[in-house]
Write a new protein. Structure first.
Lengths: 342, 382, 342, 382
């Protein structure tokens, strides 16, 4: 076991993947000498050379488009998009090429491409640096989409993503980059849970909270706070956003009968919509109350001084838990631990 | 330090000049429109060794391409194909450049490169099944070393550049070739491809087929300066050649491939030619261009030009022409048969190859849809 | 009243908007002399000149990005994207600029931009020519998204979109371009229903079908076929996809207690997910059965010979109606009118 | 017809040459690094009429910019700003080009153009509120004729081009100016902007601030050819000037603006300068560049250079310098006050200005969130 931050665990996963397979290449802006603006690739260019850790020109379509070509030539490129908000110039290449080439070629072409995206808000960043674009990719057939919420998962899922012959959008919750935990870096990938399975992050019986990424931490905080009030909340960390592991989600909802879905992205046609729709379809008779969504508002990401009112916090989650428990729209629980509204 | 547009023949101009951008005679060539061989110091060395056999092969492939293209149009008119993008007039560009390739090279074509696919060894069905709507891409890219035809304008230029970066890392002498049109040069992707290719010195050749039109838009909408003049600003040398002169196309391509194989990085070729037909079978070019213009280009026909030259050189005679015509008819018959004989795959295959690895939810969707379809059979049985 | 096709109605709407307001400009590929590949802008360049009906270079980011600049200068550009599948190169400009500039400038900048998109499948087209990208835009705060399903709406909504000070993504169902109807071209916009309201396209009592675009036609066909079996189906034509007129939808679901949502786009995180989620949240106690979704599969748009198995048809809709009516998974109704599976 | 890279001084090169691309002395200038006035035939006519008053204003604005920039850094270090992108070293480029503008011109800046905003008449709060996280864009674009600072690299180049197309349609002589960096030239958007600008002859000036770095990447990652050499291939004349020579920047900008106003369309200016500080206050440039390089550039300081010239010309003396220093301190104090005195708006305003027209669902979301927040107050009251 090694103590690693989430960012460090991804770096370690990248190093291991590169060591195991010569065809793995890293590409991105400032990932070489600088080691990336989040230092995730720190030291990798020194170790593996500039031919394998490639500082690219400043053009995201170019990065993803050339990675497609490298994949066609037999490489396994891992692309870093510097921030969530800069993935859009590459959207065409991702949606029309990366996602579709396997299908378009009737299975003859494989796209073992990983697109790493430092992701979402809550870190006081400037405009365009706190986006949650995951729903766009989940809605795009042909992509796999994952989001790790802790260093061990980050390490394992990164390696699984690189090993996958499908393209994977790999979301890295910025807000947790520096969170530390013990990581088993020698884990045999065969022993680790596969990338597409969700994880019950905390067991409970009264209601289920379904979430992913940095919101897992917030949901666990909420569950802890609820415990003080005698409530037992189950927290599900989806890990895989596409495909969704509805088996795990549905099993929990069938048990609790009540569910809150939370994410940072806007509500309208967000991933929470898919979760509520699928839960309703699959657990209709088990539902004691309509599922609730606690999401970012339907607004562009706000200036950072106001972001605490946008990213759902513990209080907003507990407020929704009250709602699904039909405990009236009670006044929200006081903010007992960090993350309160005020 | 003032930079202005400087072209070899025109000197500095104060501003982009549409007339100049579309000057179709400001090109390098070795065959005049009437087939007369003229000297060109830059091109000649690259084709000095072309044997009569190779010259006949070039001519043959151009005739085959034209025949195959006519068959594509006919099949569409007869309802056998949903669409076809004719390449008539562009045979020299396509066949000439493809002729220069080595087997290990890899081409990234657009939707109109029928003659390039021919040069890569495509089989009859390869030309038509996608246009019929049976598959998105009919051929195996590894068999003919050609990526699926690209419809998203310009996107393939980046794929070619990335592939070339891979070839470079492999230490091979394989070269990637991106084919795209005059219209495509306006897309960000094509410009980013030049940036990446130049930055990494990638062994890629950009072949820009300037057929004067992007659907209804003349090339002057895309540029006020010759397209070949754009590449040097990215650090990429370029050539502007007569795209209706097959020999010039071979020469330019050899020049570019040689640079790439010697580690000198990317090159750019603008082949100045003309789209004689409609953009696709859905298009009506009479809405936007003059019959005169089309008529003028018939007098620059690439096949007639090469034929005149080969006849004059005694490389090709009536017998040879007959033989080529028969080969062309035979190809057309095969293509027609491959098209008409095509069967549509089973509906459940819709769900295949979305992912390379197992995908539970999609497999369930597939099973559900199969069960749904089976419901009809049961009902029919009752 | 004038008899117009849906495409012709949009052209008439454009002409009227240009006539009424000098600041309205059209931009796009091949929209001038050619009149667009669907001839929607036929004759407009001749009438209004090349300065107002602008054939642009072949670059979608360029078209939308320069339209943003024109809007900043006080113009009201109406952009044509030639086909649905070609909007992705402009995605960055749409998501980061068009959608956000009003917010980013604290309301000082307005983006009265219309982005017209010939849309969706069922017309036997080539790859990338049959996309249904609406969920991407619905998920993007700052945009309005509409889809007309008939000539009168197309005419009126186009003019409303041009008149709106917000950016509007205007989806034009290709499959209905040639469908004809009487259009009141002299209608006073003040008398027409506002763009954001849904329309009950057919009244019914047993179940509700919610849909939009070309699927409205299919849903109406399904309702007609169901009538033969004694079923009364209500059909809602959303018209506005963002914002959603949930008042109209919820009123219908509260009445029928059963609902089928149908669209052509992939199911996962599609607009249907939002509809089912919102319906469940707002009508939970009224629902007699879980809402059903009938959508395109979670696959890239298939080759055209197979598209009839992808675009939901009358039979698939009726099959789902049976499901929400808990009539067992009865064998699907025979295809009585055009659009059947076989 | 072979096109190769041709630059005025270098002649044809066979391939892009990184050394050349980054040759910082291959520029037009009228002031040597030590402030000596030298002649440049292309530049001189444009600045012959600069009065002592104007010269002093240039110097003053550069000093103000530097002071304001230092204040930005300090405020960030003190936790008053979330971030700051320093422009130290780039004052001549920013102030010089902005100086040449007319009030009706409209600039489209990136995030680093503090000196340009100063030139446009920005108010103290305008510089800092966005960096503090209070607003995405602090100033009213109509007051200073400047678009909100653009963070999406290169996106503004298209906006500028579109705005210029509008000015053209209005029959006005207003010019749009797009500011972007060396890194930005790799983005598709910037290249598409050149395509559109050239195609429509739009009155736009592209000012590329080549400060040698895009975060940690040297300009040679973006190009193997001088960036100014790219524009001519799009039909756009360009100049490569010493970006640390304020007079050269004024001259180049006047040349470009004059072309635009006379209906001659777009121009491109590459201002060769240096980012003396980190990319932003979050960056640590010691990880990727040598102290020597930074040290070398301190000897090319744009303010010292102009100061030396103005002193030698007798245009500026100690008294004048003191006055400027006082003005700079006064501006810094105002900026600091605007920053520290800023208040954060009420949470409900989050929902404002997403749409310009009424939007029911969002108004409901706003009301719900307000009610939710009010719940806390009630609880507090109990
Ligand atoms: C991204 C994108 N935008 C628009 C189109 C529609 N379109 C198809 S072909 C074409 C014109 C292409 O012109 P050019 O690049 O000159 O190639 P040509 O058709 O002449 O071979 C256009 C606009 C497309 N396929 N992809
Ligand atoms: C589309 C996009 N990709 C990446 C970034 C991250 N980023 C911010 S500044 C920068 C470097 C820009 O370099 P340059 O254009 O030279 O401008 P400079 O910072 O030197 O002024 C990068 C990569 C971004 N803001 N936008
Ligand atoms: Mg063309
Ligand atoms: Mg820079």
């Amino acid at each position: 076991m090694t103590s690693l931050t989430l960012g460090g665990a991804i770096g370690a996963g990248l190093a291991r993947a590169m060591q195991d397979d010569d065809r793995v290449l890293l590409m991105g802006e400032d990932i070489g000498k600088l080691g990336g603006v989040f230092r995730v690739t720190d030291g990798l260019q020194r170790r593996f050379g500039a031919e394998r850790v490639i500082d690219t020109p400043l053009a995201e379509a170019g990065i993803v488009g050339t990675a497609v070509g490298l994949a066609l030539r037999g490489y396994r490129p891992v692309v870093e998009i510097q921030f969530d908000g800069f993935v859009y110039p590459a959207f065409d290449q991702i949606v029309c090429q990366v996602a579709k080439l396997h299908y378009r070629s009737s299975g003859r072409i494989r796209m073992p491409l990983v697109i790493r995206i430092p992701w979402a808000g809550g870190v006081g960043a400037a405009e365009h640096h706190s986006e949650s674009p995951e729903a766009y990719f989940v809605h795009t057939a042909g992509l796999r989409v994952v989001a790790a919420s802790n260093p061990q998962d980050a390490y394992v899922m990164l390696r699984q993503a690189v090993a996958s012959d499908d393209p994977v959008i790999f979301f890295e919750p910025k807000r947790l980059y520096h969170s530390k935990a013990e990581v088993d870096v020698d884990i045999d990938l065969a022993d680790a849970p596969p990338m597409h399975l969700a994880r019950v992050a905390r067991e409970g019986t009264d209601a289920t909270i379904v979430t992913y990424g940095a919101q897992v931490r917030t949901a666990l905080d909420a569950a802890l706070a609820a415990e003080d009030e005698g409530l037992s909340l189950e927290v599900i960390d989806l890990r895989s956003l596409s495909p969704l592991d509805m088996n795990t989600v549905a099993a929990s909802v069938r048990k609790t009968g009540r569910v809150v879905v939370t994410h940072e992205a806007a509500r309208e046609a967000g991933l929470g919509a898919e979760l509520v729709a699928s839960i309703t379809e699959q657990c209709f008779e088990y539902l004691e109350a309509p599922p609730a969504r606690v999401t970012g508002h339907d607004i562009p990401y706000p200036p950072s001084k106001l972001e605490k009112h946008h990213v759902p916090d513990l209080d907003r989650i507990l407020h929704a838990v009250d709602r699904v428990l039909e405990r009236g729209t009670a006044a929200p629980a006081a903010a007992t631990i960090e993350g309160g509204v005020r | 330090m003032t930079y202005t547009q400087t072209t070899p023949d025109h000197g500095a101009a104060d501003r982009g000049d549409p007339e100049h951008a579309s000057d179709v005679d400001d090109v390098a060539r070795v065959l005049e429109p009437d087939g007369t061989r003229v000297a060109d110091a830059a091109l000649d060395p690259w084709i000095a060794d072309l044997s009569p056999h190779e010259l006949r092969a070039l001519h043959r492939d151009m005739v085959l391409t034209r025949r195959l293209d006519a068959e594509g149009v006919a099949l569409q008119r007869q309802g056998q194909l949903a669409l076809w993008a004719p390449c008539r007039g562009q045979e020299a560009t396509q066949v000439g450049t493809a002729h220069a390739l080595a087997p290990g090279d890899f081409v990234f074509p657009s939707y109109r490169e029928h003659g390039v696919l021919l040069g890569r060894g495509a089989q009859p069905a390869d030309y038509v099944l996608a246009w019929r709507g049976e598959e998105h891409s009919a051929y195996d890219h590894t068999t003919i070393n050609a990526a699926p035809p690209q419809i998203i304008i310009g996107a393939q230029s980046l794929h070619a550049t990335g592939w070339a970066m891979g070839a470079q890392r492999d230490g091979s002498t394989d070269v990637a070739v991106a084919y795209f049109g005059d219209g495509a040069t306006s897309q960000g992707d094509v410009n980013e491809a030049m940036v990446f290719a130049s930055s990494f010195g990638a062994p890629v050749v950009f072949v820009c087929t300037n057929n004067q039109w992007a659907i209804s838009e003349p090339v002057t909408v895309q540029s006020t300066f010759p397209l070949a003049g754009r590449a040097p600003g990215f650090g990429i040398p370029s050539m502007r050649v007569d795209g209706n002169d097959a020999l010039a196309c071979v020469a330019a391509m050899r020049w570019a491939l040689d640079r790439a194989r010697r580690g000198e990085g990317p090159s750019f070729i603008e082949a100045v030619t003309y789209r004689m037909g409609p953009h696709t079978t859905s298009d009506d070019p009479t809405r936007y261009r003059d019959a005169d213009e089309v008529e003028a280009w018939t007098r620059r026909d690439p096949i007639a030009r090469l034929e005149a030259y080969l006849r004059a050189e005694g490389v090709l005679d009536d017998g040879g022409l007959d033989e080529v015509a028969r080969a062309a008819d035979a190809l057309a018959i095969e293509v027609r048969a491959a098209c008409i004989g095509a069967t549509t795959r089973a509906p459940e295959t819709l769900f295949d190859h979305v992912y390379a690895e197992p995908h539970g939810p999609l497999e369930r969707q597939k099973a559900e849809y199969a069960a749904y379809l089976a419901g009809f059979d049961q009902e029919d049985a009752r």
